[in-house]
Design a binder for this molecule. Structure first.
Ligand SMILES: [Fe+2]
Length: 252
């Protein structure tokens, strides 16, 4: 009798265990399915993030191109400045590479060269194209253009280094520049490079008040400014690089 009760209990335990086992297996399968759905959702959100990043980059590039168009339009209004930024950009890249700057950073410096005077868009025409010397008040307005330019390009996250170069392209080696009066190596390298290229490109281009200078004379002027307003090493590199140029610099 006692044996039969024991057997019935054992069978009941066995059934309970089987039921528990089946329940837990069902849970496991459910969990596996949930995990699989989660994995798929994660993969999809990852893909969305990649797509979003690509779109964001394209938007930033499109914004950069628009600003470039704006800078070109600004220059094109004046026969004497037409093509100036392109010359500055090309020369700045060459100086940067010769100074040992890695190519990607040299590209950013060249891009900053393209946009360095964009802030002039905020300067009234009467000041920008005044034939005679500027008054004190007009200079105050003119000297704002590096800050305005840096503010315009600030939303371009990929161009943060470029914005710094735009802001400081009128700083001078001896600290007499603007907007912050930085001196020597406190001036960002890219800004020092663009400054040298800017001066050289301006000297070798026709201006309303003088014809373009011959290379030798431009090199002499650069030498005179080396260590004063311009970084001496970069000015020397610019003179070396442009000494071999076969084609004359002139406004396009
Ligand atoms: Fe400028």
């Amino acid at each position: 009798m006692a044996g039969q009760v024991g057997l019935a209990q054992a069978l009941s335990y066995a059934r309970d265990l089987k039921s528990l086992y089946e329940t837990s297996r069902a849970r496991e399968r459910e969990l596996e399915q949930i995990q699989e759905r989660l994995r798929a959702a994660y993969q999809q959100s990852l893909q969305y993030a990649i797509d979003l990043r690509k779109t964001y980059r394209r938007l930033q590039q499109a914004s950069f191109q628009s600003l470039l168009g704006l800078a070109n339009a600004l220059e094109a209004k004046d026969v004497y400045t037409r093509g100036h930024s392109e010359r500055v950009a090309a020369l700045a890249r060459r100086i940067a590479l010769a100074a040992g700057v890695p190519p990607p950073a040299a590209d950013v410096i060249a891009q900053a060269g393209l946009l360095h005077d964009l802030g002039k868009i905020g300067i009234p025409e009467g000041v920008l194209r005044k034939p005679g010397p500027l008054s004190h008040e007009e200079w105050v307005v003119m000297r704002r253009h590096p800050i305005v330019g840096a503010q315009i390009v600030a939303p371009l996250e990929f161009f943060a280094e470029g914005a710094i170069i735009v802001r400081h392209h009128h700083e001078r080696h001896d600290g007499s520049g603007y907007p912050d009066g930085l001196r020597g190596e406190l001036i960002p390298l890219g800004a020092r490079i663009v400054a040298v290229a800017d001066v050289y490109a301006a000297l070798t281009s026709d201006r309303a008040y003088r014809p373009r200078l011959a290379r030798a004379e431009a090199a002499r002027r650069l030498d005179a400014e080396a260590g004063q307003t311009l970084d001496p090493r970069l000015a020397a590199l610019c003179v070396d690089l442009t000494g071999d140029d076969a084609t004359p610099e002139r406004p396009v």
